[in-house]
Design a protein around this ligand. Structure first.
Ligand code: SAM
Length: 281
């Protein structure tokens, strides 16, 4: 029996089901159920919400979320070896856990979820940023989720909350802070995981804003920011050349000096630039 439920400790679950960690699936497991319950609490009040979890693995965070009172958890897992362990959790929490076997990059779990929806995950490192960018860039806002509570490599977490002028400032910071309130709420050393990864990790909490901070089209902003930071050492008039012969005019229309570098440009100015670019397309 574990500290938070009547199920076996996670080390036993892993041994019983032969869940040796696979690097190719980004498997670094959290085995301390006190810690997973703490991360679950960082998602706020989950009692009236459906939680989308990506990559439940042996189910540490899943159990934390269920023990914290989540109405339902819908978990998408690519590794079929984890399914028997997850089925045992589903039995312990009747009607509250649904596991979908598959790749989170191709599965659309929306049909399985009822609002309000929160997302919580110890993300597989190989797909974490891709999923985050997708959740941040739907055409319309607010999105299907109200908050994201996500574990990333520390360096990625710092990129999400970075401010202009810092080395970590880039596409992730602009896209995250444009439509959400983002903060780092927990830092974890490699030893918190089994097996330990090479780097430290951090949990980022993103709260969806009711409306974006500044007007812009999501796909135009995403494209402009990707180009601007792709060659972050270059002046913007050079890095944005690919937009068209009018790129420098768009910069001027947005009040940005064409000789500036992406690192110096505020979120507000990037949104002005996205509007100026959209007007010329
Ligand atoms: N949530 C568990 C925990 O905290 O111990 C496991 C986290 S582990 C970092 C990442 C999990 O994501 C693994 O279980 C892995 O199999 C799963 N995974 C990897 N790629 C995936 C994908 N594309 N779609 C869904 N799950 C994936």
């Amino acid at each position: 029996m574990s500290v938070i439920d009547n199920l076996p400790p996670l080390r036993d679950v892993i041994a019983i089901h032969g869940l040796s960690a696979r690097k190719s699936l980004g498997q670094n497991f959290l085995l301390d159920l006190n810690l997973t319950a703490k991360i679950a609490r960082m998602a706020g009040d989950v009692s009236g919400a459906d939680i989308l979890e990506i990559g439940p693995g042996p189910g540490g965070l899943t159990r934390g979320l269920l023990a914290s009172g989540a109405r339902r958890v819908v978990a998408v897992e690519k590794d079929a070896r984890c399914l028997p362990a997850l089925a045992e959790i589903a039995t312990a929490y009747p009607e509250r856990l649904e596991v979908i076997e598959g790749d989170a990059l191709t599965i659309d779990p929306l049909d399985h979820l009822t609002p309000p929806i929160k997302i919580a995950a110890n993300l597989p490192y190989n797909v974490g940023t891709e999923l985050l960018v997708r959740w941040l860039t739907p055409e319309t806002w607010p999105p299907f989720w109200s908050s994201l509570t996500l574990m990333f490599q520390r360096e990625v977490a710092e990129r999400i909350v970075a401010q202009p002028g810092s080395k970590a400032y880039g596409r992730l910071a602009v896209l995250a802070q444009w439509r959400a309130e983002a903060r780092i709420v927990l830092s974890l050393p490699p030893e918190a995981f089994t097996p330990p990864p090479k780097v430290s990790s951090a949990v980022v909490q993103l709260q969806a804003l009711p409306a974006p901070r500044f007007d812009a089209d999501a796909s135009v902003l995403s494209d402009v920011v990707a180009r601007a930071f792709n060659q972050r050492r270059k002046m913007l008039r050079a890095s944005l050349k690919g937009l068209g012969s009018w790129a420098e005019d768009a910069l001027l229309a947005a009040g940005i000096k064409p000789t500036e570098r992406a690192e110096q440009v505020s979120l507000e100015a990037f949104c002005s630039l996205a509007r100026a670019v959209a007007a010329r397309r």
